[in-house]
Design a protein around this ligand. Structure first.
Ligand SMILES: [Zn+2]
Length: 361
């Protein structure tokens, strides 16, 4: 075989090998590498061209023509394959970026009312249903509304029991009294009665006053900030049996079952007589358990007949009118209803606790 024929054969097999490699390429990067390995400066075709130099001068144009044809064929095949691959890559990208506009959107997590707020709403709603009006008062109070008007004069030992936060350098409008964070919602009783009378009202007056209160105290059952609901009614001939009837209805409604209640004589400065109210233990149905400490009863709130001095302090004739009042701790009520062991859970804002307790609104 002449050298020229050998070179022709070499070119033919190079071309068919290259075309096969091009059509097997499945990315533009692979194809670019093939372009370099066949047509580049150090590529296979350049290697063949080196052989041309050894041919006699008259044969060189003949084989030169073959080399050019091969080069053009390879270049054309590369361009065609490149165009195909570019189209494929584009449609793959379109496929991967396709958006189904008919899919429903992803919604964020739903918020919920805090368990204490739920408790406040639930407790207040029961009294509203019974015809009580809702009243609110300021959280920063003067001594008159927080203590004096509630029959807790200065030097009264109950003041010490209230662990009061006084506000430094803050006095009431006429400068006679220090201001404090209210220790209970009972001052709303005074404010609501005064407002009612100032507007020319005549008893009956029935009010529920939910709100935030403060005491300097912190442990598993006490927090420096907590919530109370104050309930009172003033009318002609309001008696202890009215109080007991309202308590029985309210506690059964709140715990969603017929709960037994008992009134234990107690002392509060603002009521006379006064009673602590127990319910039959909602955990053991009165049989005795750890939560009721084996007694079958759980203390839930303090109550009594409004002390005549309290009525007098707002200008209600205690001879003509009487009233009952009671106040309860919202956190305690929610803990009893939901079986929550530690009051601090309400204020630590652990989302696991809050979302388990939460009712989405
Ligand atoms: Zn029990």
């Amino acid at each position: 075989m002449s050298e020229i024929d050998a070179l022709k054969l070499q070119l033919e097999s190079l071309q068919s090998e290259a075309l096969a490699a091009f059509s097997a390429a499945d990315s533009l990067n692979d194809l670019q590498a093939l372009r370099v390995s066949y047509l580049g400066k150090k590529g296979a075709l350049t290697e063949v061209l080196k052989g041309v130099g050894k041919l006699p001068p008259e044969d060189r144009p003949v084989i030169g023509k073959f080399v050019n044809q091969t080069k053009q064929a390879l270049a054309a095949a590369l361009d065609a394959t490149e165009a195909e691959l570019a189209v494929k890559a584009k449609s793959a990208r379109i496929e991967s970026e396709k958006v189904d506009v008919s899919l429903p959107g992803r919604s964020g997590p739903k918020g919920a009312l805090h368990p204490v707020q739920q408790g406040l709403d639930e407790l207040t709603a029961i009294f509203v249903q019974m015809g009580f009006d809702v009243a609110e008062g300021p959280e920063i109070e003067d001594e008159f509304h927080n203590f004096d008007a509630l029959n807790i004069p200065p030097e009264h030992p109950a003041r010490a029991m209230h662990d009061t936060f006084f506000i430094k350098d803050m006095r009431n409008a006429d400068g006679t009294e220090p201001m404090l964070l209210r220790t209970h919602t009972s001052p709303v009783q005074i404010r609501a009665m005064k407002r009612f009378l100032a507007e020319g009202g005549e008893p009956p007056l029935a009010v529920v006053a939910p709100g935030r209160v403060y005491r300097c105290d912190y442990d598993v059952t006490h927090s420096p900030m907590f919530h109370q609901v104050e309930v009172f009614k003033v009318d002609h001939d309001v008696s202890l049996s009215h109080l007991k009837g309202v308590l029985q209805y309210f506690l059964s409604a709140y715990f969603e079952k017929d709960v037994a209640i008992r009134l234990r004589p107690h002392y509060f400065p603002f009521t006379e007589p006064s009673a602590e109210v127990d319910i039959g233990c909602v955990f053991c149905a009165g049989k005795g358990c750890r939560i009721c400490k084996g007694s079958g009863w759980i203390e839930v709130l303090g109550s009594g007949m409004i002390h005549p001095n309290v009525l007098k302090s707002v200008g209600i004739d205690a001879g003509e009118f009487s009233g009952f009042a009671f106040g309860l701790g919202v956190e305690r009520m929610v803990m009893l209803k939901q079986g929550i062991p530690d009051l601090r859970l309400f204020f630590e804002n652990d989302v696991r606790f809050l979302s388990r307790m939460g009712v989405a609104k």
